[in-house]
Design a protein around this ligand. Structure first.
Ligand code: GCB
Length: 594
């Protein structure tokens, strides 16, 4: 799915800003949509609604958004598309009172052609629900409360923020238009080959593909829908030199631009190779989370986070636990960060409380009771397809994460996940590596990640959840586990490790108390020593970049405090530790040679 842009043939307008908002109830009330929004309050878009008005924080069920807007048609024969980048969790959309589309899942875009429905004066209305259950991703549980009110328990450790979280736009294209492009590349000594496959709506003629370098010099052209173009002496995309070529596609009247980084990604033995060299992942598990905006796309915070990561010497991050706004990937492409791109599959647990769902029930997905497994499985497939369709051309995306901490140990896990891994490989033109993010929850020999993942990604909390605060004992257990992974011969990324620390809480450093900044530092120092001893560990992603909001529980002190930065991006002591470590550490390390 192409990112919406403006060009000579395409116009683009935003419907962001202040919308009218009405709080609804458990059941969908279509009368609200049809009638005037009498009790409407203003609500910013994009944002989560939860932290704007106090009574909305724990709201369960439906809410309604409305926006009046004008549209100036410039041409009679153009396609007009309404696009939502992300509405959490599910949405029904009405234009001028007529139902036009609906969408399940809050983290991927959806769009609909409205050419014959749009007028000069329009009313756009959305019914948005935040209900998550056994068949949604992420997974949630509905619990009855006193007063017969239902309540959602997330089966995951982040607040179930809701709303129109990302941009709402209208864009146009000519009738015969560029629908999609898929790009792959091959790298040889002094040249690269870019293979493209263009999808157009209309007859495949009048096609021109032009590739420009950074100096705007034309370096290759093609005029078929599918071809391979040679680039002599290519500039490869890399974290230190995120070189992007500009591609201009012309199809009849339609013009579309995109940037493309030429780079090679490969898993070989126990190494992860970027452009043929063993790469070491330094970075974070993140969240889309900020004060007041909640999970609403926050351009400022997004830029700030990249700046902070760069300063620390980080070179990568994981989009835990859902696909991030596309603008974030575009920045990662531009600034040179490797991204592990994750689906919304968090909370797929059978027998244990992975995903830190301390209060929720076990959700057994692998039995076929009431078709639940099939419903989740089908939705999971849709998410994988949509994610790859959106992100397949970004150089920064180097691996797909199929799920975070699912029950990958139980019987049935292999049969559930194998087709999903196969699907990702089939859908991705670049055939990137795939993984699932695995939690310590049983005999690691039973974990299906062994067979399925190209890179073993481990979320491990030795010294916190496991044996905390006794770091000697914990590190012995960590070593023992890594010894057990050695024989598999695959690379490992420690995709999460961390300890909560309350900003400003200090202690003496000989045996600091848990939750102090000093303990967090000691925890990382000891874990990093172990990580450094194992050549097969090719990356470290402390959990989390910043503190973030969660559901309330006795294990959470106003949210999860494992951030290296506070929620408002103030540094904790551990920032210094990682800055010192990462700025000295190369992006490419052959640990086998140490
Ligand atoms: C995990 C989860 C993450 C939690 C984290 C924690 O394993 O993947 O969502 O936030 O642990 O802090 O407990």
């Amino acid at each position: 799915m192409l990112y919406p842009i403006e060009s000579k043939s395409r116009s683009l307008s935003f419907l962001d800003g202040s919308w009218d908002f009405v709080k609804g109830g458990k059941n969908l009330d279509l009368d609200i949509i049809k009638n005037e929004f009498h009790d409407a309050r203003p609500m910013p878009v994009p944002s989560s609604y939860n932290d704007i008005y106090k009574d909305l924080r724990e709201h369960f069920g439906w809410v309604y958004y409305r926006k009046e807007f004008y549209f100036h048609k410039t041409r009679e024969d153009e396609r007009i598309i309404l696009r939502f980048d992300g509405v959490n969790q599910s949405a029904k959309v009405y234009l001028n009172g007529e139902f036009i589309t609906e969408h399940e899942g809050g983290f991927l875009p959806f769009e609909i052609e409205i050419s014959d429905k749009i007028q000069e004066e329009n009313v756009l209305t959305l019914a948005v629900s935040n209900v998550i259950n056994n068949s949604t991703l992420p997974v949630g549980i509905i619990k009855g409360r006193e007063e017969d009110q239902d309540k959602n328990e997330p089966n995951f450790d982040f607040f179930n923020y809701t709303g129109i979280h990302r941009h709402v736009r209208i864009y146009t294209t000519p009738r015969s238009y560029i629908e999609d492009i898929s790009l792959t590349n091959e790298i040889y000594d002094a040249k690269a080959v870019i293979n493209y496959y263009l999808k157009v709506q209309g007859v495949e003629e009048d096609i021109l593909i032009e590739i420009f370098d950074k100096d705007n010099k034309l370096v290759a052209t093609g005029n078929k829908a599918k071809a391979s173009l040679v680039i002599e002496n290519p500039n490869l995309w890399d974290v230190k030199n995120p070189y992007l070529y500009k591609i201009r596609i012309t199809y009849k009247e339609d013009i579309y631009y995109l940037d493309y980084g030429i780079r090679g990604v490969e898993v070989k033995g126990n190494q992860f190779l970027l452009n043929g060299k063993p790469f070491y992942f330094k970075g974070f598990g993140k969240h889309e989370d900020s004060i007041i905006n909640g999970r609403g796309f926050n351009e400022v915070i997004s830029h700030k986070d990249f700046a902070l990561m760069k300063e620390m010497g980080a070179n990568s991050f994981r989009t835990a636990h859902y696909p991030y706004a596309e603008e974030t990937l575009r920045l990662a492409d531009k600034l040179g960060f490797l991204v592990i791109d994750e689906t919304t599959a968090v909370g797929l647990n059978g027998k244990f409380g992975g995903g830190a769902n301390f209060k929720s029930d076990n959700v057994n997905i692998f039995d076929n009771e009431e078709g639940m497994a099939k419903r989740v499985f089908d939705h999971h497939k849709d998410v994988i397809r949509d994610l790859i369709a959106r992100d397949k051309n970004y150089a920064c995306v180097v691996m797909w994460s199929i799920a975070n901490e699912p029950d990958s140990y139980s019987e049935g896990a292999y049969d559930y996940f194998k087709p999903l891994f196969d699907l990702a490989k089939k859908e991705d033109p670049q055939k990137r590596p795939t993984c699932l993010i695995s939690v310590l929850a049983g005999d690691i020999n039973l974990d299906v990640t062994r067979k399925l993942s190209d890179v073993i990604c481990l979320n491990r909390y030795y010294g916190w959840y496991n044996d905390g605060p006794y770091l000697d004992k914990a590190m012995a257990a960590f070593r023992k586990e890594l010894d057990n992974w050695k024989e598999l011969g695959k690379p490992i990324i420690i995709s999460e490790y961390g300890a909560d620390a309350i900003l400003g809480m200090r202690d003496y450093d000989d045996f600091p108390a848990m939750f102090s900044e000093d303990f967090q530092v000691l925890y990382y120092r000891e874990n990093n020593k172990v990580i450094d001893q194992y050549p097969l560990v090719v990356g470290e992603h402390p959990w989390n970049f910043a503190d973030f909001n969660t559901a309330q529980s006795i294990k959470r002190v106003n949210g999860n405090k494992k951030g290296l930065f506070s929620r408002d991006r103030q540094p904790k002591l551990a920032v210094g530790l990682f800055k010192e470590r990462w700025t000295k550490m190369d992006d490419y390390i052959d640990k086998n040679k140490k």
